[in-house]
Design a protein around this ligand. Structure first.
Ligand SMILES: Nc1ncnc2c1ncn2[C@@H]1O[C@H](COP(=O)(O)OP(=O)(O)OP(=O)(O)O)[C@@H](O)[C@H]1O
Length: 496
């Protein structure tokens, strides 16, 4: 039996095939788009703090990944037998097919999104929290743009699966590509030629979409995003004049018997600490003594088990009874700027966008004013000429200076530094410490967790030493310098 090339080529112009191809493309794209959106919501539900929501998402995913699509298709198509009111929709093969495909695919797409969401570093959530960004804004501007980059190749792959699955919808008489082919070869018996044509049309749909997706992937590829150094006008590059440094009597942060346990480990043992306006307090101590836990409780990145924290004399965080944040917590959290050990810059934004993001999110000023202010903050940390670059183009020290500028852009009253130089190569430590020192000179209130003892002596008004979750010493920098050679502080300094 000869292969009939003429017949095959004639199928390239067969109108029913083109109509079926358009139908498959439309059904595939609709399923993919709706499933991608619903799948994202389901992935979020899977991570919800609310147990019933989590349980619903888990059960949905388990159930519809276990159920064969064919069973679901026939079930949905025949549902009007029990609910005749659904007949106008479900008796139409296209709509029945779409609904069954969406129900099934949402379960798979949710798991793909979950992988994307999990891949976003926890530090990104913490940076958003420190900037006072609420969950919807956080997911929209920070988490989703990063998660989608990771998920996109798998999401694209799922589209291919969906297109192939549309062939199953032929069982409920949808005139898609396979059914058009079947109708042809049952009449002319040219099975092979017809199936070659059928394959061609499926491959066409998948290829066109694949091309489209690979373009989007390229556009979203952070590694391809680069910005050049810019020359900075002299007016922007001038430093803010240093104001006279003065520590006032006003207490701005007060921790009162704060306790935190991690299982059996008591990380903070009823710690009390007061910080005055304009004061620079350094927290030192051996590894594991509770320094990081302590500083993270101040802006609620870490919850507490007992005690309370006041900000500007007003209730802020309390664990007397249940753990509670002040009702105006989100409005006031931006009074605290935070700089993290691992920078936590937003990788999909330029340096300038990182710095303008917080104020822009909070709607403080028009675009031009925000840009000018951000350039001022960047100039302050010596990074204005890098404004158009992306974080991956910067050294660790440069990233940390941008992170400081990002925190300053919120005009905070108190800066929290959590080991800001620990992740840096030794030669980059100095440039970051210089910036922090200049903030101290300008009278910024700061709580600094650090192991840099010479820096501590130079900038601190007070030095707090922790051991095993307790504050074991609270002294001025002069007292630190004058501490007896055999004291635990000296011993610690010698170890460091
Ligand atoms: N999320 C957590 N889960 C369990 N244990 C934790 C957690 N965070 C901190 N800990 C424990 O609490 C104690 C205090 O940790 P913390 O990170 O505050 O110490 P640190 O003084 O900042 O140490 P380092 O200088 O090494 O950063 C440690 O024993 C640590 O293992």
């Amino acid at each position: 039996m000869n292969f009939d090339w003429n017949y095959l080529f004639s199928l390239a112009l067969y109108p029913d095939f083109w109509r079926a191809t358009a139908l498959v493309a439309w059904l595939g794209v609709l399923t993919w788009v709706i499933g991608t959106v619903l799948g994202f919501l389901l992935a979020l539900a899977r991570q919800s703090a609310l147990r019933p929501v989590r349980w619903f998402a888990k059960t949905y995913i388990w159930l519809f990944r276990s159920l064969p699509l064919l069973v679901l298709l026939i079930f949905v198509y025949n549902l009007p037998q029990f609910a005749p009111s659904l007949s106008p929709v479900l008796s139409v093969p296209f709509w029945a097919g779409l609904i069954a495909l969406v129900i099934s695919e949402t379960a798979y797409l949710a798991e793909i999104h979950r992988a994307g969401l999990i891949s976003v570093d926890q530090g990104q959530h913490e940076a958003a929290h420190a900037l006072g960004v609420r969950p919807v804004g956080k997911y929209r501007h920070i988490i989703l743009p990063q998660a989608i980059r990771v998920a996109l190749p798998s999401l694209g792959n799922e589209f291919i699966t969906i297109v192939k699955l549309t062939s199953l919808v032929s069982v409920i008489s949808l005139a898609e590509i396979l059914l058009v082919g079947q109708r042809l070869y049952t009449r002319n018996f040219m099975v092979i030629e017809t199936l070659v044509a059928v394959s061609f049309y499926y491959v066409l749909v998948v290829s066109v979409f694949g091309l489209f997706l690979s373009r989007i992937e390229k556009r979203l590829d952070i590694a391809r995003m680069t910005g050049a150094e810019i020359s900075v006008p002299a007016a922007v590059a001038t430093e803010a004049p240093a104001t006279a440094r003065r520590v006032s009597d006003e207490v701005v942060v007060a921790l009162d018997r704060v306790r935190k346990d991690f299982g059996d480990k008591r990380a903070l043992a009823d710690v009390s600490l007061k910080v005055n306006k304009g004061e620079v307090v350094s927290i030192i101590g051996p590894s594991g003594s509770g320094k990081t836990t302590l500083i993270r409780t101040v802006n609620a990145l870490q919850d507490i088990d007992a005690g309370r924290i006041a900000l500007d004399g007003a209730d802020w965080i309390s664990a007397e009874g249940n753990y509670r944040l002040a009702p105006d917590f989100h409005g006031r959290v931006t009074r605290l700027g935070m700089v993290f050990q691992s920078f936590n810059l937003f990788p999909h934004m330029t340096v300038l966008q990182n710095v303008t993001f917080g104020p822009r999110y909070h709607g403080s000023g028009n675009t031009d004013a925000l840009r000018v202010a951000a350039m001022g903050h960047l100039a302050r940390v010596g990074m204005a000429s890098h404004a158009n670059k992306y974080p991956h183009q910067l050294s660790g020290g440069q990233k940390q200076r941008v992170a400081i500028a990002r925190a300053l852009a919120m005009d905070p009253e108190i800066m929290l530094f959590d080991e800001p130089t620990s992740a840096l190569d030794p030669e980059l430590v100095g440039e970051v410490l210089q910036v922090i020192e200049s903030l101290a000179r300008d009278g910024m209130t700061m709580i600094i967790v650090t192991h840099e003892m010479r820096f501590v002596s130079r900038v601190s008004d007070r030095v707090v030493m922790m051991e095993n979750g307790h504050v074991v010493a609270d002294m001025t920098a002069a007292e630190l310098e004058a501490s007896p050679v055999d004291s635990r502080i000296r011993r610690f300094m010698l170890q460091g």
